[in-house]
Write a protein that binds this ligand. Structure first.
Ligand SMILES: C[S@@+](CC[C@H](N)C(=O)[O-])C[C@H]1O[C@@H](n2cnc3c(N)ncnc32)[C@H](O)[C@@H]1O
Length: 213
C-alpha cells in the first residue's frame, strides 16, 4: 500500500500513512490495552484507519478467544470492541475510507451482510465514533463541537450510550492537574454527559442507521 496519496496532500495536511510493521510495533507498546475488548482508543488524525483497523483486529481476536463459543456473546462483544474505538479525520475521502475499512473488518469477522441488524448497528456506531472534523479546533465539519458517544455493554443484549463533548473531556484533564484550583473537584462534577440515552438493543441501534444523532 502506498503511504502517500499526493505531494500536495502531504504539504497541505501532513498526510503520510503509517506502514503496517510500524503500527504493530507501536501497538505492542500498549499490547495489553490493544487486546482488551473494552479499552478505549482515540486516533485524532486517523486517516484511512491504519492504527484503528489494527486495534479492531486485535480486539476481535480477543473476542474470539473469550466468547467464540457463543454466537450471541460473540456478536455483542464484537460490536462493543468497535464501540470502544474513536477517530477524527479532516479529509472527507479519508473518513469515508476509514469507516468502510472498519466495517469490512467487523463484517468479515462475523460474516455479516448489509441487511444484518449488526451490520446496520455497526454502521451507525461508526458514523458517530469516526468523526469528520478538526481535532485541533475540536469542531465537526459543520462547526458543531465534536461530541463522542461513550458506549458500554450492560449484558443481555443491551447497550448504554452517554454523550460527551470532546472540549469538555480534554479540558477536564487540565482541571484535575495537581495544584489546579479545580483539583479537588470529583470526576463526577466534570464528566457530566451532554446526553444520556436509554439502554438500546442491537436492532434499536440498527434502526438509528442514517440518523446523525
Ligand atoms: C500523518 S497522516 C496519518 C494517518 C494515520 N493516522 C496513519 O498513521 O496512517 C495524518 C492524517 O491527519 C489528518 N489531519 C491533518 N490535520 C488534521 C486535523 N486538524 N484534524 C484531524 N485530522 C487531521 C490528515 O488528513 C491525515 O489523514
Amino acid at each position: 500500500m502506498s503511504l502517500v496519496k499526493s505531494k500536495q496532500r502531504v504539504a497541505d495536511h501532513g498526510e503520510v500513512f503509517t506502514p503496517a510493521w510500524m503500527v504493530d510495533a507501536m501497538l505492542d507498546l500498549v499490547k495489553d490495552e490493544s487486546e482488551r475488548i473494552d479499552a478505549r482508543f482515540l486516533e485524532p488524525a486517523c486517516g484511512s484507519g491504519n492504527f484503528i483497523v489494527r486495534i479492531l483486529q486485535r480486539k476481535l481476536a480477543a473476542v474470539e478467544i473469550k466468547y467464540g463459543k457463543s454466537d450471541f456473546e460473540r456478536r455483542h462483544y464484537a460490536l462493543l470492541a468497535l464501540m470502544c474505538i474513536y477517530g477524527i479525520e479532516l479529509l472527507p475521502d479519508n473518513i469515508v475510507e476509514c469507516r468502510t475499512n472498519m466495517l469490512e473488518i467487523l463484517a468479515g469477522y462475523l460474516n455479516l451482510d448489509e441487511g444484518d441488524d449488526l451490520y446496520r448497528a455497526a454502521s451507525h456506531v461508526l458514523s458517530l465514533n469516526l468523526v469528520h472534523g478538526d481535532a485541533l479546533t475540536m469542531l465537526e465539519q459543520d462547526k458543531k463541537p465534536i461530541t463522542f458517544a461513550e458506549w458500554g455493554y450492560l449484558g443481555k443484549g443491551k447497550f448504554q450510550r452517554r454523550d460527551f463533548r470532546l472540549d469538555v473531556l480534554t479540558g477536564s484533564s487540565a482541571f484535575s492537574a495537581e495544584g489546579s484550583l479545580f483539583a479537588s473537584l470529583g470526576k463526577h462534577e466534570i464528566f457530566t454527559p451532554a446526553k444520556t440515552w436509554p439502554p438500546m438493543t442491537l436492532s434499536e441501534l440498527a434502526n438509528q442507521e442514517g440518523k446523525q444523532t
